[in-house]
Structures are given as C-alpha cells and as structure tokens.
Design a protein around this ligand. Structure first.
Ligand SMILES: N[C@@H](CCC(=O)N[C@@H](CS)C(=O)NCC(=O)O)C(=O)O
Length: 216
C-alpha cells in the first residue's frame, strides 16, 4: 500500500485522536495500523524508535512522529475551514501557546488525576485542582469566543486540545458536568457528539504484520 501514508495509532490515545481528527477533516486517506502500546510492532519501531503514537509514514519515506506535526501536515493537504488560521497569521502563535500548555502542563496533571493511585503523595482532588488552573483559562477563552478557543469558530487549537479535556471529563463525569464551567462542558459535549469524533472512534482491530490494509 505504498500510495497511502501509514498511520500507527492507538484508539484511545488523545495524541493519536487529534491526528486522526485532522486526517479525517482534511479527507486524507491513510492506512491505519492500530497498535497495542505494550506490544508495539517492530515495523513501527524501525521507522520511529522513540515508540510513541501517533506516527505517520509518508509515501516518500518521511516520518512524522509528533501529533501536532501530523495535524499540520494533514491541514496543509486540505483545510476547507481554515483551521490553520492562514487568514489570521498573528493568531497562530496563540495556537502554539495553547498547545504547549496543554501538552506540557495540563497533560502532566491530567495523568496524575487519572492515575492518582500511582501518586499517593497527594489526594486525587489536588491533581484535579492543578488541572483546573489550565481549564479555567480555557473556560474564559470559550466564553469570550462563542464556544471556541481562539476565534468564534473552530481552529486547530480546539481540535488539538479537546481530546485531552474529554479524557479529563471522563475521569469523573458527574463532577465535570456539574461544575461551574458551562462553556467547557458544552465544548466537550459538542465534540463527543460530533460526526467527526464518531468518524475517528470506531473500534479498530489490532494490526498484525500480515494484515491486509485498513484504509481510514
Ligand atoms: N509528543 C508526542 C506524545 C505522544 C504520546 O506520548 N503518546 C503515548 C500514548 S497516549 C504513547 O505512545 N506512549 C508510549 C507508551 O505508552 O509506551 C506526540 O504529540 O505525538
């Protein structure tokens, strides 16, 4: 299947999810290889020894091994609603800043909140409060931009970050949907109910080296 890019992915991983969202939105077809993190295929490690998903292998042999790079690559192929904000270049730094905070600050706290039993030095509520520092900033942005993060319309930032906030919401749904963050709740709910989200979340069978291709 040399003509299609190959995407190594793990269904529930929020990084892989954001890559699949951008690929689906841009209508870029790929050969999807669903992996198990505990048993990564050698074919993936051969092209990307760091061993994280997502990884996108392009037909010309280039390897993209950061989810944000995969998103940007996909949107450069086709971006019908200008998620890249090419029409507002001064806001592109804003997107970068939001994603940096998400990936390097919020994600650390999210992991501790989700797997609090592995971090017994503090109660779970402490890790949740740490998450809320980042989430309060998102709530303010969503309130100011009619339900979106950067402009009153969808952008790359929304799609790159909402899979992580969904994960946060699902740690304790009752708490999330009864807290004082109505815009955050509506944003996550709208995402979970969207056709695009459903499109990237079917149950993929795990890829075996001998498998025929699954085009996504
Ligand atoms: N900076 C990477 C992070 C990707 C990442 O950490 N993915 C996790 C899964 S959610 C992973 O593959 N972890 C390796 C492992 O658990 O063995 C990106 O943006 O693609």
């Amino acid at each position: 299947m040399a003509d299609f890019p190959v995407l190594y992915s793990f269904r529930r991983c929020p990084y892989a999810m954001r890559a699949r969202l951008a690929l689906a939105y841009s209508q870029t077809q790929v050969e999807l290889r669903e992996i198990v993190l505990r048993n990564k295929p050698q074919a993936m490690l051969d092209v990307s020894p760091k061993g994280t998903v997502p990884v996108l292998v392009l037909p010309d042999g280039r390897v993209l091994e950061e989810s944000f790079d995969i998103m940007r690559w996909a949107l450069r192929q086709n971006d019908p609603q200008d998620w890249l904000l090419n029409s507002e270049p001064e806001l592109q730094w804003d997107i970068q800043g939001l994603i940096q905070e998400n990936d390097f600050v919020f994600k650390q706290h999210l992991d501790r909140y989700k797997y609090f039993d592995r971090h017994p030095e503090r109660p779970q509520s402490y890790y949740r409060d740490e998450c809320m520092v980042s989430l309060a900033k998102l709530e303010a942005r969503l309130a100011a931009n009619q339900g979106y993060l950067v402009l009153p319309r969808m952008s790359l930032a929304d799609m790159a970050i909402v899979p992580f906030v969904r994960q946060f919401a699902h740690v304790d749904r009752d708490w999330f949907y009864t807290n004082d963050y109505p815009h955050l709740q509506a944003w996550v709910k709208g995402f979970c109910e969207s056709d695009l989200f459903k499109q990237v979340m079917p149950k993929f069978a795990t890829w075996q080296e001998s498998d025929s291709s699954l085009i996504f």
